[in-house]
Design a protein around this ligand. Structure first.
Ligand code: FBP
Length: 547
C-alpha cells in the first residue's frame, strides 16, 4: 500500500500516556456514585451496576495476569483517534500478558450480533497507529438493545473465550453498553463491558468525561478550512459564506470553530431556543449584520450555522412534530399525490400556524421536510440545507430593505457544509494521546475486573504526563428521558451551556466580530514543532478548565 510521507513519519509517533500508567497500577476506589438524576428509577433498572465507585489508577505493585481475550467494537459516526483507542487497548492487554488476544467485531455492533469478527494482531495494529478513520474494523449504527441481540453476542463471546468487550461510541452506544453490562452481570455470564467516549459532536461530556475524542481534531480541521475561506472572503470581498457544521443537536462544534476563527456571525442553537427566537428573528439578526457591514462598504462575511439549528427554533420544532405525526399516519396517501401538488396538499392538512410557516419556506427546504425521514419517522435534520435556507431568506429580506433604503450594498452568497471532511482526519497530537490513553485505561479496567464503566482520562489541559486515568460508572451519567413515547434510561446529552465559559467568551466579543473583520487563520493541524503549535487542546476545553 502506498503511503504519504506524513503517514510514514506519523506511524512512528509514540502517543503520550499519563505518568501513572507507565508502570504497574492499582485501582484506587472513590466514594459510591449516584446517577445525575432519577436515582431511584436508574437504580431499579441497573441493580448490578448502579452505585459503583469512581476509579483512579495510581502506581502499584507488578502482578501477573492469566491470559484473556478481549473484544472491541466501533459504534456510530467516525471520529479521529478511534484507531489509537484500539492500539492503546492492544498494547495495554499485551503488557498484562503477551498471550492476550484482541478481536475486533466488523462494521459496528452488528458484527457482534452477526458473529462477524477478526483477530487484531500486532502487524494489523501497526498499520493503523495514529491514523484517522475507523476502517481497521469498520463502524455501524446497529443499536444493541434487545435481549436476543445480547444472547447472540454472548454466543460468540463465549466461543472466542472473550472476557471483556470494549464499546467505543457516543452517548447512545455507551447507554447500550451499560444495559449490556447489566444484562451480562445479571445473567452471571462473566463478561465485562467497558465504554469509551467517542463523538466529534462533543456532546458526551460531564464532570468526569472532559471531552469526547475526535472533537479536537474535527474542530481543528473545520477551523483550518473556515480560516482559508475567511482569507478568500477578505481577499475577494464579494461573498457572504454560509457554512453549516456537523454536530447533531449540540452547537459545540460551531462554537469551538467560532472561537478559533472569529467569524462575523455564529448562530448557537441552544441560545435560539432559550430566547424563543423565530426563523424570522434569526434571519433578521443575520441581515442586520450584513446591512451594517454593507454600510461600511464591506459586502462580505462569514456565517457559521450548527446543523441542528432548525430543531431548536421553537416554531419549527412544532411544525416538524406535526409533520412527523401527519406523515406517519398518512404516508400512503401522501405518496399518491403528484410531486408538484405535495406542497399544497401538506399546507391544506396542517394547523393554521404550522401551515403558514410551511408555506413561507423555500421550495427545496419544504420538500426536504416532507420527504426525508429516518427509521424512527423523524426528519433527518442534517439533510436540511439550513445554510441555503438562511441565505435565501436573508437575501429576500435585504431586497425588501433595499427598496426601503435600509440596505445599500450587494449580497451574494456561497454555501458550504463541513462534516465528513473532519470525521476521519488523522488525529491531532491531543486526540492521538487522549485516545491511546483511553484505550490503555480500558485495558486496566478490564484487568481490575470492572464492568459497566467508561474509560476516563481527566486533567486534559495539563501536559499528558499529568493526566488522570480511571473509570466512571456509566450509570452515574444517566437520567430518564422520553424516547419514542417511552421513558428510557439514557446518558444525559451535553448541549452548549449558555452560562458556561466558552459561550460567555464568545458572547462577549461577537458584536465586534460582526462589525469588524477580525478573522483568525488557525492553519492545518501540526505534528512537528513547538508544543504551543502542536499540542494545544480546544479553546472549549481550555475555557472550561480555567478555574
Ligand atoms: P455520532 O458520533 O453521534 O455517531 O455522530 C456523528 C455525526 O457525524 C453527526 O455529527 C452527524 O449528524 C451524523 O454523525 C451523520 O450521520 P451519518 O454518518 O449516518 O451520515
Amino acid at each position: 500500500m502506498t503511503k504519504s510521507a506524513l503517514q510514514i513519519a506519523r506511524a512512528a509517533y509514540q502517543p503520550k500516556l499519563p505518568k501513572a500508567l507507565l508502570g504497574p497500577v492499582v485501582a484506587k476506589e472513590g466514594e459510591p456514585t449516584q446517577s445525575v438524576a432519577d436515582q431511584e428509577a436508574i437504580q431499579k433498572l441497573f441493580p448490578n451496576t448502579y452505585g459503583m465507585p469512581l476509579i483512579q489508577f495510581v502506581p502499584g505493585e507488578a502482578k501477573s495476569f492469566a491470559p484473556m481475550n478481549v473484544g472491541v467494537i466501533l459504534s456510530g459516526g467516525q471520529a479521529p483517534g478511534g484507531h489509537n483507542v484500539i492500539s492503546g487497548l492492544f498494547d495495554g492487554i499485551k503488557k498484562l500478558n503477551p498471550a492476550n488476544k484482541l478481536y475486533g467485531f466488523i462494521l459496528g455492533p452488528g458484527g457482534l450480533v452477526d458473529h462477524n469478527y477478526k483477530e487484531l494482531t500486532a502487524d494489523i495494529i501497526d498499520e493503523y497507529r495514529n491514523t484517522g478513520g475507523f476502517d481497521i474494523i469498520g463502524s455501524g449504527r446497529t443499536k444493541l438493545e434487545k435481549e436476543d441481540q445480547f444472547e447472540k453476542g454472548y454466543e460468540i463471546l463465549k466461543e472466542l473465550g472473550i472476557k471483556a468487550l470494549v464499546i467505543i461510541g457516543g452517548d447512545d452506544s455507551n447507554t447500550n453498553a451499560c444495559v449490556l453490562a447489566e444484562y451480562y452481570a445479571a445473567k452471571k455470564y462473566g463478561i465485562q463491558v467497558i465504554g469509551c467516549p467517542k463523538t466529534i459532536d462533543g456532546d458526551l461530556k460531564n464532570e468526569m468525561i472532559e471531552t469526547s475524542f475526535g472533537f479536537d481534531t474535527a474542530c481543528k480541521t473545520y477551523a483550518e478550512v473556515i480560516g482559508n475561506i475567511e482569507r478568500d472572503c477578505n481577499s475577494a470581498r464579494k461573498y457572504w459564506h454560509f457554512i453549516k457544521l456537523m454536530g447533531r443537536s449540540a452547537s459545540h462544534i460551531a462554537l469551538e470553530c467560532a472561537l478559533q476563527t472569529q467569524p462575523n456571525i455564529c448562530i448557537i442553537s441552544e441560545e435560539v431556543e432559550a430566547k424563543n427566537m423565530s426563523l424570522d428573528d434569526v434571519v433578521t439578526y443575520i441581515a442586520k449584520a450584513v446591512a451594517a457591514r454593507a454600510a461600511e462598504g464591506n459586502n462580505f462575511g462569514i456565517v457559521l450555522i450548527p446543523e441542528g439549528l432548525i430543531e431548536f427554533i421553537p416554531a419549527m420544532k412544532r411544525l416538524i412534530a406535526e409533520l412527523n405525526d401527519f406523515l406517519a399516519a398518512n404516508g400512503e396517501e401522501f405518496a399518491t399525490i403528484a410531486p408538484n401538488k405535495q406542497r399544497e396538499y401538506i399546507i391544506s392538512k396542517l394547523s393554521a400556524e404550522n401551515a403558514a410557516i410551511y408555506a413561507s419556506l423555500p421550495e427545496g427546504v419544504a420538500r426536504q421536510l416532507s420527504l426525508d425521514r429516518d427509521p424512527h419517522g423523524n426528519v433527518q435534520v442534517s439533510l436540511i440545507e439550513t445554510e441555503k435556507l438562511l441565505s435565501e431568506m436573508v437575501g429576500k429580506k435585504l431586497a425588501e430593505w433595499k427598496k426601503e433604503g435600509k440596505f445599500v450594498g450587494k449580497f451574494s452568497a456561497q454555501h458550504h457544509f463541513f462534516g465528513y471532511e473532519g470525521r476521519c482526519a488523522a488525529p491531532s497530537n491531543f486526540d492521538a494521546d487522549y485516545c491511546y490513553s483511553l484505550g490503555y485505561t480500558a485495558s486496566m479496567l478490564i484487568a481490575n475486573g470492572k464492568t459497566g464503566y467508561m474509560s476516563s482520562v481527566r486533567n486534559t489541559t495539563a501536559p499528558a504526563a499529568e493526566w488522570i486515568a480511571g473509570g466512571v460508572p456509566i450509570t452515574m451519567m444517566m437520567n430518564m428521558e422520553r424516547r419514542h413515547g417511552e421513558m428510557k434510561p439514557v446518558i444525559q446529552k451535553a448541549l452548549v451551556k449558555l452560562d458556561g465559559a466558552p459561550f460567555k467568551a464568545f458572547a462577549a466579543v461577537r458584536d465586534t466580530w460582526a462589525k469588524e473583520t477580525a478573522y483568525v487563520y488557525p492553519g492545518p493541524i501540526q505534528y512537528f514543532g513547538p508544543t504551543e503549535v502542536c499540542d494545544q487542546p480546544t479553546k472549549t476545553l481550555q475555557l472550561e478548565q480555567t478555574k
